[in-house]
Structures are given as C-alpha cells and as structure tokens.
Write a protein that binds this ligand. Structure first.
Ligand code: ADP
Ligand code: GN1
Ligand code: MG
Length: 359
C-alpha cells in the first residue's frame, strides 16, 4: 500500500514519517501515521476496510460520515466544541471518503490527540465514564433519521440467525473442526430459548453503535474523560440492550475476552454497577421501563451471540475475525460462553442493581 499516494488523494501534502500498525481491532487493518505538516507533526489514522466483512465500502462510508457529521452539528448546536468528541474523516478533492488501490478500500481520519483505549478498564471511574459515553451516544443519535442508514452488515444482532449460522457451519464442517466444538454447540441448543429471549421482547428500535466494546471508545489519557466513540461501521437501528450488553461483556469481565483459563472468567458486579450508573445518568431520561428491564438480559444475550459467532468462525476456518494463533477463535468462543454462564447466574442481582440505580 502506497501511503504517500493515499495522503495526496486526501489532500495531505506533508512528509509521511512513522507508520505504526495498531493491532487491537479484530476487523480492519489500522495504521497510525505521523506526517510533518506546516512545521508541526499531524497524526492520522488510515484504515483498510475489511472487504470480507463489508461488501460495499462506499455505502459504509456514507453511513459513517453522515453519523459523524450529524453528531458534530449537534454538539455545535449545544455550543459544545466537537473537537476530539467525534471522528473527522478526510475527503478527496472530489468529495470521496474512500481511496481505492485496485484491491482494497482505505479511509483516513484524524487521530484523536492524547487519547487512549482500554481493553479492560480497571477503575470504577473509567467504567462509569464508559457507561455515560454509551448513554450519551444513544442520546446524540435519538433524532437521527434512520432512512439515511444502510444496513452495512445484514442481521448483525439477529441472534436467531447467528445460532442458525452456527448450526449450518456444523453441518458444512469444511475443515473437520466441528467435532471439537460439539460440546459447546450442544450448550447453545440446550439454552436456545434463554438466548433468544431478548429478541422476543418486542423492544423499540433505536440508532445504536452495535459494537461498543471498550476499545471502541476513546478516553483522554490524562483526565479519563470520554472523547469520541470510534469504529462506527455498524451504527444501525438496534436495541439499547445490544449496546449496553456488548459494552458490559467487554468491560466488566474480570478477564480479557480471550482468557484461556475459563475458570477465571466472571462478571465483576462492582464494575457492572459503576457502568450502569454512568449509562443510566444519561439514558435513564429517555429509555422506557421495558427497555431498562431488558438491559441485564442484553449482557447474557450478547455474550452468547458473540460466542456463537467466534465458534462459527472457528468451524469455517477463521475467515472473519483476525486471530493470533490457531485455536484463537475456539478459545474466544469458550471464554465468552463461560462469561455468559456466569452472567446467567448473576442476572437476578444485575436486575436488582439496574432497578436500584433507575429509582
Ligand atoms: P477495528 O474495526 O479493526 O476494531 P478500530 O476502528 O476499532 O478498528 O480501530 C482499531 C484501534 O485503533 C482502536 O481500538 C483504537 O485504539 C485505535 N484508533 C482508531 N481510530 C482512532 C482515532 N481516531 N484516534 C485514536 N486512536 C484510534
Ligand atoms: C469485532 O471491530 P472490533 O474488533 O471492534 C466485531 C464485534 C465483536 C468484537 C469482539 C464488525 O469488533 O461485533 O463483538 O470484534 N465487529 C464486527 O471482540 O464484526
Ligand atoms: Mg474496533
């Protein structure tokens, strides 16, 4: 990939210095670029859009730019400076937000200065801020016109479809891996009605992030203040409980998402309480009672759903998620399932915490 050509395409004239690959996402290839411009250093993010996952990068970028521009305008209308609070994508002279190098599509946006992401935040302050950020994101997009959004990944949080994809993968079994995953698959079959409960609740659809795992949220490296939400590729209509559930499953686990010692994996109730406090501070004003009552269940559902997705990818030969070693997706699947099992046991306590905070 020719980074200089890409920079010129997006109107960046300076000298390209360090190019550093950032490896903490599972989908796109992300590079941090340092450019000498106007006598100073400017930092940019360049991302190669994963073409297996996103079939139409131009349509995807239309979603992402309309969402970021909407949030920016909203901050301005509230007399809040949007700097560092929302991503800023670069456009070419002709107004294009994707660079194509005859093989892949790339996008370029400003690196948010003095920002940091966490895999697993360790303080209640960070968790409360994270919760607030997700609630605020829902608030900011509450009047976004959904007609402007295209479906970038169909059935993204269609849990039933995720389970049927898993069963189909087992049938297909192109690499003879299904046997190894059989005990796990049986657990999904056995708990199907519980896993599908959230989908049967007839909850209102909102514009949500759909992938608000902790490292998709930028924090100020000094103050822990929340900055922008990133990785906006899946912003689409969905449930508040999807975002709540995904953020909690990623941030309130006592271990990382891919912990190999499944006996260590558990939901940390103190972290859950701190996250919920932050989320409700903002979202408590607009969520219905029914939505509030669905939040804890969302954690269980999202952990099961992601486990099914990792397992499906393992069986199909690791085509979707990037991995660090051979059985990585199987380990991730089992780790998420262990987390879901612990969450299931704690659901009464989690519901009690949500109700207490909502009072
Ligand atoms: P993926 O879709 O692969 O998860 P992300 O968009 O989440 O890719 O980016 C991967 C990582 O790059 C993030 O977790 C974050 O650490 C970093 N990152 C991405 N965009 C920015 C940005 N604008 N400013 C600072 N860091 C960023
Ligand atoms: C992927 O892109 P990233 O790494 O932030 C995935 C999420 C999963 C997550 C699990 C578009 O998120 O759905 O929950 O991995 N994103 C997509 O870590 O599939
Ligand atoms: Mg990401």
């Amino acid at each position: 990939m020719n980074f200089i050509k890409l920079c010129r395409f997006f109107g960046i004239d300076g000298d390209v210095g360090e190019i550093k690959k950032l490896n903490n996402g599972h989908i796109n290839a992300t590079y941090k670029l340092t450019v000498e411009e106007n006598g100073g250093e400017q930092l940019y993010i360049v991302q190669r859009i994963n073409k297996y996952v996103f079939k139409d990068p131009k349509v995807l970028m239309k979603n992402v730019t309309s969402v970021t521009e909407f949030i920016k305008e909203k901050y301005l209308s509230m007399s809040v400076d949007p700097d560092r609070k929302v991503l800023e994508f670069l456009k070419s002279e002709n107004g294009e937000s994707c660079y194509y190098d005859d093989d892949n599509y790339y996008r370029c946006y400003k690196f948010v200065d003095r920002s940091v992401t966490y895999e697993l935040p360790d303080s209640n302050e960070l968790l409360e801020n994270l919760g607030y950020a997700i609630g605020n994101f829902h608030y900011m997009l509450s009047d976004f016109n959904t007609k402007q959004l295209n479906e970038t990944i169909p059935d993204f949080h269609n849990t039933e479809k995720r389970l049927s994809d898993l069963y189909a993968a087992v049938e297909k079994d192109p690499f003879g891996r299904a046997q190894k995953a059989m005990d796990d698959v049986l657990k999904f079959r056995k708990n199907e009605s519980e896993i599908l409960k959230l989908s049967s609740l007839d909850l209102p659809s909102r514009v949500v992030h759909n992938d608000p795992k902790c490292n998709n949220v930028l924090f100020d490296e000094q103050s822990n203040e929340i900055l922008a939400l990133i990785d906006l590729d899946t912003v689409m209509p969905g449930l508040a409980a999807h975002d709540f559930g995904d953020a909690v499953r990623s941030a309130c686990n006592s271990c990382k998402e891919d912990e190999k010692d499944y006996s260590l994996v558990s939901l940390d109730l103190d972290k859950f309480k701190a996250f919920t406090k932050g989320y409700i501070k903002k979202a408590g004003n607009f969520l219905s009672e029914k939505e509030k009552n669905s939040l804890a269940l969302g954690v269980y559902t999202l952990a099961c759903e992601l486990s099914a997705r990792f397992l499906t990818d393992y069986i199909l030969g690791d085509v979707y998620f990037t991995k660090d070693y051979g059985m990585h997706n199987l380990v991730r699947a089992r780790s998420q399932l262990a987390f879901a099992e612990d969450v299931y046991k704690k659901l009464p306590e989690m519901n009690r915490i949500v109700s207490e905070i909502c009072m």
